[in-house]
Design a protein. Structure first.
Length: 136
């Protein structure tokens, strides 16, 4: 992982930004990246995609937490933004499950079957319990 971070830093040092868009790496501006870095990016593309997607999810989670926003997700995957207790109550009444941003971060790492089980479990507790991470 340290090698990947060094690769990303080398890309940035060359004046280029790298991000994930539509499941692919996007580099801007185009045509500036040195050929050796381009080759290294191709060699490590799957690992870079995973690392950058995780980083983007974590940044999104922190922004939502800072804004005190919750997410309501239906079993079909529909999403609602929850700003108030009234929004949360309405979402639960409409069959959604309310997640903290940290919950939602964990939710997207689950399989579809695991998500369904989690929805059922949370609904048994009023559809709003928080995900507890094991201390490391």
């Amino acid at each position: 992982m340290n090698d990947l971070k060094q690769l990303i830093e080398a890309v940035h040092a060359s004046g280029v930004t790298i991000r994930v868009e539509g499941g692919d790496l996007k580099i801007k501006p185009v045509g500036v990246l040195p050929p050796d870095l381009k080759t290294r990016l191709r060699e490590h593309k799957p690992e870079l995609l995973a690392l950058l997607q995780t980083k983007e999810l974590e940044e999104s989670m922190r922004r939502l937490e800072a804004a005190d926003i919750l997410l309501a997700i239906s079993e079909d995957g529909d999403l609602r933004i929850v700003h108030t207790d009234a929004d949360a109550h309405e979402a639960v009444q409409d069959g959604f499950t309310v997640y903290t941003p940290r919950d939602a971060y964990m939710y997207v790492t689950l399989t579809e079957h695991e998500r369904l089980l989690l929805h059922k479990f949370k609904k048994g507790f009023g559809a709003s319990i928080e995900w507890k991470r094991a201390e490391q």
